[in-house]
Design a binder for this molecule. Structure first.
Ligand code: CA
Length: 226
């Protein structure tokens, strides 16, 4: 373990309490009493997670988060006052991973820290695209069917990714051409059909499923059921 956690919190009692508990759990902990100090520490050292109080003197937590997200995807758990719904929403919009309302039970904070660290450990988890036995991981550009790795060309992968991202939505050939091949594509207009055929042979035909559906006169859609 020994992950390095930064607490940015101006209430010394809370910061101290959390520091003690986290240290006891085996984390390395550093404290910053305001946003500026926190940002300086984040720039000069490497941390695995930030606990960020929203109500801070000087630069507030929301602004700290905004600046952090410009340079880093480090997990951030916000510490919020009980009724600040706006802060929670703003924080999550700005890319906070989670928030916990004060006062909190230390067990709950520990659980949220573990979850946030676990997500960071497997960043693909949340971005995976799935349909039935088909799973596609954009981060590693890997696609599997029932656990078998599918051998896909770059174009096939991009097309499949786009179809999966728009699961249950019918996409026209024009839209697919534009989004997967790009505006400046001047090749054959039946490229989409050709690549759909490639994908079908590797997925639908190979595994006896029907994921890629033709919508006559319109385009294509991926879904599990007819
Ligand atoms: Ca505070």
């Amino acid at each position: 373990m020994n992950e390095n956690i930064l607490i940015i919190e101006d209430e010394e009692k809370i910061a101290r309490f959390v520091e003690l508990e986290l240290s006891y759990e085996g984390y390395r902990v550093q404290k910053a009493g305001d946003g500026r100090e926190g940002l300086e520490l984040l720039e000069s050292q490497s941390f695995d997670l930030v606990l960020l109080d929203i109500m801070l003197p000087g630069i507030n937590g929301i602004e700290v988060l905004r600046r952090v997200r410009k340079i880093s995807q480090i997990p951030v758990i916000m510490l919020t006052a009980r009724d600040s719904v706006v802060d929670k929403v703003t924080g999550l919009d700005l890319g906070a991973d989670d928030y916990i309302t004060k006062p909190f039970a230390i067990e709950e904070l520990l659980a949220r820290i573990r979850t946030a660290l676990r997500k960071r450990g497997s960043p693909t988890l949340t971005s995976e695209l799935m349909l039935g036995g088909l799973m596609l991981d954009p981060a590693s550009r890997k696609a599997t069917m029932n656990g078998d790795v599918l051998e896909l060309t770059k174009r096939e992968f991009d097309l499949l990714k786009h179809l999966l991202e728009n699961k249950d939505i019918v996409l026209t050939r024009d839209v697919l051409l534009e989004r997967v091949w790009g505006y400046d594509y001047h090749g054959e207009t039946n490229a989409v059909d050709v690549y759909i055929r490639f994908l079908r042979s590797k997925i639908d035909d190979e595994y006896g499923v029907k994921y890629i559906h033709t919508v006559r006169g319109v385009g294509y859609v991926m879904r599990e059921q007819e």
